[in-house]
Design a protein around this ligand. Structure first.
Ligand SMILES: *Cc1c(COP(=O)(O)O)cnc(C)c1O
Length: 234
């Protein structure tokens, strides 16, 4: 069933990409595994998925140890400063950096790892999470604070900024989510125009099961999908 779900999902992605003239191979599909057990995650792995995302650091660590080593792990949920140290030696991408404090802690931990391992050039890739909906319940930096945070991260040699992420407003009609995605794209364009050294606005992580078409229309390069792959959560 998970295998079939993934096929249907890629059909959805191919269809919309064809309509808007984008290359589906340029889209990264991140399977979001919150509340999903390792047996079902393994089914998605067997169906070809290699990018997996978790909301909570603890859940990610527990599942990671019981799954194949070539999985690229993404943290898509809120990151507390005191959890950073558990991630720095393996995480593929942290989607949820929303303060200079957490960025500086990543810097501190990675540079320490580098010294311990005597390895050169170790870095961690991150996205800045933006609160594009104005909802106080949501994480993410406010839009008018994004540029300051981007400039701060650009100063950190072991943290590589790769783009922006947002969780759109939770509304049943995906058209109502579009302004969130448009805003994220505009922020990306504004940052790109500044040509800040060390900043690559490669990724827009936006779009979930309900709104992925709209997100792709607005320029998403990473979709974070749970329900369409694993079914509804309890
Ligand atoms: C749960 C979650 C998703 C996936 O949502 P679905 O609607 O199940 O596809 C994506 N991003 C984040 C941050 C999530 O918490």
């Amino acid at each position: 069933m998970i295998n079939a779900n993934i096929k249907v999902l890629w059909q959805r992605i191919h269809q919309i990409c064809q309509r808007i003239g984008r290359d589906p191979d340029s889209i990264t599909l991140v399977a979001v595994t919150k509340t999903v057990d390792v047996v079902r995650i393994h089914q998605a792995y067997a169906a070809g998925i290699r990018d997996f995302g978790e909301n909570r650091v603890q859940d990610l660590l527990e599942k990671k140890d019981r799954l194949p080593g070539d999985i690229r792990w993404h943290l898509v949920g809120h990151l507390q400063t005191n959890k950073v140290k558990h991630l720095t030696d393996f995480i593929h991408l942290i989607h949820s950096v929303d303060s200079s404090r957490v960025a500086e802690e990543i810097e501190r931990r990675v540079s320490r790892l580098e010294r311990l391992a005597d390895g050169k050039g170790r870095t961690v890739d991150v996205l800045v999470e933006v609160n594009t909906s104005g909802e106080i319940s949501k994480f993410g930096v406010q839009p008018d604070q994004v540029m300051a945070l981007v400039r701060r991260i650009a100063e950190l040699p072991h943290v590589r900024l790769q783009g922006l992420m947002t969780v759109g407003v939770f509304l049943p009609n995906p058209e109502d989510v579009r302004p969130c995605f448009t805003l994220l794209r505009q922020l990306r364009d504004t940052i790109e125009r500044e040509r800040i050294e060390g900043v690559a606005m490669r990724h827009l992580s936006m779009g979930m099961t309900n709104d992925l078409e709209v997100a792709l229309e607005e320029g998403a390069t990473m979709l974070r999908i749970g329900t369409a792959i694993f079914g509804a959560r309890n």
